[in-house]
Design a binder for this molecule. Structure first.
Ligand SMILES: Nc1ncnc2c1ncn2[C@@H]1O[C@H](COP(=O)(O)OP(=O)(O)OP(=O)(O)O)[C@@H](O)[C@H]1O
Ligand SMILES: [Mg+2]
Length: 782
């Protein structure tokens, strides 16, 4: 999709630890990127391939106006998912088909993009195939990869990342001279971060240099050794490592030797840990992509390792550079570097503990999925989606465990089905379908879990307009639900069968089934389900031209979703009401509804919804006799459909085509194209602001109305009230008898939850919450 010039198109994370040296290497890599279309940085684990690639990518940003995109493949075990990861990194959303080389090629086309594929070694063949296809189809694409082995492609510029620079010969050395070497600088930096007054002195310079030589200048090995500085001096570390290395050949820094060196340092580090620390390291290796403390406490504890001990053990593993903390949006997450994780996993497997650890991992993420589902129709909806999204790789690993372990298919379908709205809400429709299909193929017992998985799979298929696949799934779900007397599943299966009929244009059947679904949801006491069925029936009536009925049904749905705090259904209902208004020639009312819907959609980052609203606003604007503006809105919608790799929804195609024809003939093809292109050139935020006729504001600021008081805990409310009184963190700490740190963290949480940047915004929001009528008026009027 086109984006405005000057916007930073770069998804590479900011570096958390300082970067040392590598000037010549950076220049070399940048030079390669100027000449070759595929550059691969190879070398053993821990030598610094990833860090170097990220630095180089940051440096060459300007040469790639369509963006530099990092794709992390380290924890990917499924080669078929490589293209999906690339799509996701590029911001393409999966609403239609599984990403594939042709789909990606179509998107990248002539764009100037640099793709950075990090850690390709696990999925080497799939990377090689994809890169070959993309480079062939996209003339201005460049690819930078890191891998333990080259991809082996023609034209690939393969470059072995050297170790950090070191003095060649042993012997006495001045501190100043020692610090000219990168390996010594890295050691000094990392030791200094453990022990504040650490310095390279005439007394320790030689030992540090020898140590770095022992470690072959491998950054990861140096970091692990430096982590020992609080307890040991450089000389002591050097002496202790000596034994380990007695058997290693040194001098020749080939990949094989460096591999052995790192292995020896890992063994050494491992050997110095307590039994509990070691056990935790092994168990932490089941998290494919980082974890939060509560997850580690649940997954890694048992009789041998009590839950209360985990926090302290993690802290000491962080101290020893085994675990790396990452601060993201006021939360601490932890991860193990690739090599460290592999080491832990080998130990875990060797001890026979892997199945138990993976089961506990699965249990934790299964309960997360269940808890999230209970928030789907409530104010916690967006947070639930975002929370699941942050744990996506862990959810995937848990589902994989269910799929590959005997007797776990039922737990797997339960989990995959509970994620149904998440798959839709965060653009993982294809993936959700694949999990459900694979797990259902294992034939889990014919119980409630299977009935639900069947309707969930059917629903996701419908979202991709795959009525042929959806229908038998929904039919089977209905049969099973009837047999078991499972009214909840029966309600959904029936309603979605009606949805399938809507897709096929069979309005009479759609209405009958939606009515039946509505009745069943009511019997099951499922308010949000009923709101969804009312919406569906409203759409059907609207398509049948019964606008009064449609309006009534939508209003009823709106009342329920407002009571429940369900923004998802509410935004769709507002969209439907806008269409009804427009069909009744109430353009002002229609605009108001569509804009309200658009704000919600933008805040939820529901791109399909945004595109639909932009289109509807285009139809209304055309009816209002502003054809140029209408064409621009249609163009803005089109560029979103393109990025979603899909097109407008079936029931609305007629309106859409009629509007395009009308506006085009009104303006003439040239003026139409110009106005349309103005829309396709807009970013989503620009398009939304254009449509709302308001200044641009980021997604998080789009709708202060979404910031309901319930989103804060009681304690956070107290803190917010004090912020609103103008108290500083210190004053708040005194007032609430907590530490200033705790106060600060509450404030951070509040800012984060509400999507604010400043304390003033919190104060204004508190004021508005105290006078909700004012707030509504301010926000609803455009
Ligand atoms: N130039 C550097 N300056 C500072 N730290 C570095 C540098 N190069 C590497 N490191 C650190 O060394 C560790 C290993 O580096 P990195 O993850 O880049 O290695 P890698 O070769 O990609 O390893 P793997 O093959 O396991 O993916 C990291 O903690 C990284 O921050
Ligand atoms: Mg790496």
């Amino acid at each position: 999709m086109s984006r405005p010039a000057g916007q930073r198109l770069f998804n590479v994370p900011t570096e958390l630890s300082s970067f040392v040296g590598r000037r010549a290497e950076l220049a070399e890599v940048m030079g390669f990127l100027g000449k070759a279309r595929l550059v691969t940085l190879t070398g053993p684990g821990g030598v610094g391939k990833t860090r170097l690639a990220l630095r180089a990518a940051a440096r060459v940003q300007r040469a790639f106006p369509d963006g530099v995109w990092l794709v992390e493949l380290a924890r990917l075990s499924d080669p078929a998912a490589v293209a999906d990861e690339v799509s996701r990194a590029l911001g393409l959303r999966d609403q239609s088909v599984r990403s594939s080389a042709p789909v990606l090629s179509r998107f990248i086309a002539a764009k100037r993009i640099l793709l950075v594929l990090d850690n390709c070694e696990h999925v080497l063949g799939a990377c090689a195939d994809l890169v070959t296809a993309l480079l062939r189809a996209c003339p201005r694409l460049r690819v930078l990869t890191t891998s333990r082995q080259p991809l082996g492609l023609d034209g690939e510029q393969n470059w072995r990342v050297p170790s950090l620079s070191l003095p060649a010969a042993p012997g006495p050395i001045e501190p100043g001279a020692a610090l000219r070497w990168e390996a010594v600088r890295l050691f000094a930096d990392r030791a200094g971060s453990r022990l504040q007054d650490f310095a390279i002195t005439p007394g320790n310079a030689q030992a540090v240099v020898q140590l770095c030589q022992r470690l072959d200048g491998i950054p990861l090995a140096i970091e692990l050794a430096a982590a020992r500085t609080p307890a040991l001096t450089a000389e002591q570390i050097e002496a202790r490592l000596d034994d380990r290395f007695a058997l290693l050949t040194t001098g020749n820094r080939s990949g094989e030797t460096r591999h052995q060196t790192l292995r020896a340092v890992l063994d050494w580090t491992h050997g110095l840990l307590t039994a509990d620390e070691r056990l935790l390291w092994h168990r932490l290796s089941v998290f494919p992509a980082g974890f939060q403390l509560d997850a580690a406490e649940a997954v890694c504890s048992d009789r041998r390792l009590p839950k209360q001990a985990i926090l302290g053990l993690i802290a000491s593993l962080v101290e020893q550079s085994v675990v790396s903390p990452e601060h993201r949006q006021a939360q601490v997450r932890y991860r193990l570097l690739e090599t460290i994780q592999e080491y832990g996993k080998q130990k875990l497997t060797a001890a026979g503990d892997e199945p138990a650890a993976r089961r506990r991992h699965r249990d934790w993420y299964a309960s997360m999925a269940a808890a999230a589902e209970s928030e789907y129709a409530h104010p916690g909806q967006l947070q639930a989606f975002d929370h699941l999204n942050a744990e996506h790789a862990n959810l995937r690993a848990a589902l994989q465990f269910c799929l590959s372990s005997h007797g776990e298919a039922e737990a797997g379908v339960t989990m995959a089905a509970q994620l149904w709205l998440y798959w839709e809400g965060r653009f993982h429709v294809s993936e959700g379908r694949e999990w459900l299909t694979a797990l259902l193929a294992v034939r889990p017992p014919a119980g409630p879990a299977r009935a639900k998985a069947l309707w969930a799979a059917g629903y996701l298929a419908l979202l991709q307009s795959d009525v042929a696949a959806a229908t038998p799934l929904l039919e089977e779900s209905r049969r099973l639900a009837r047999q078991m007397g499972d009214s909840a599943a029966l309600a959904y299966a029936t309603q979605f069968l009606g949805f399938a009929a809507l897709y096929q244009g069979d309005m009479a059947r759609s209405a009958t089934l939606a009515e039946e679904g509505l009745r069943l949801h009511r019997i099951a006491g499922n308010g949000p389900g009923a709101a969804g069925a009312l919406l569906h029936l409203g759409i059907t009536r609207s398509c049948q031209g019964d606008l009064d009925a449609a309006g009534r049904l939508y209003e009823e749905s709106l009342t329920i979703s407002e009571d429940e705090g369900d923004r998802w259904i509410r935004s769709n209902t507002l969209f439907g009401l806008g269409i009804v208004g427009w069909l009744r020639a109430d353009n002002a009312g229609a605009l108001r509804r569509e804009k309200e819907s658009l704000r919600l959609k933008h805040n939820m980052d529901d791109r399909t919804g945004i595109a639909l609203c932009l289109e509807a606003l285009g139809w209304i604007t055309a009816a209002d006799d502003h054809p140029e503006r209408a064409a621009t809105l249609l163009g803005a919608a089109q560029s979103i459909w393109d990025a979603l790799l899909t097109e407008t929804y079936e029931p609305w195609k007629g309106y859409h085509n009629a509007c395009v024809a009308r506006v085009r003939s009104g303006l003439g093809p040239d003026a139409f194209d110009t106005a349309f292109r103005k829309g396709t050139a807009m970013s989503i935020t620009q398009a939304v602001s254009y449509a709302l006729e308001e200044p641009e504001s980021p997604r998080s600021h789009q709708l202060a109305a979404l910031r309901q008081p319930e989103s804060l805990t009681e304690r956070e409310h107290e803190v917010a009230a004090l912020v609103a009184q103008g108290l500083s963190n210190k004053e708040i700490a005194v007032r609430l008898v907590v530490s200033p740190r705790t106060a600060e963290s509450h404030v951070r949480h509040i800012l984060n939850k509400l999507g604010f940047d400043s304390r003033i915004q919190i104060a204004t929001w508190m004021e508005a919450s105290a006078h909700p009528e004012d707030r509504t008026r301010r926000e609803v009027s455009p």
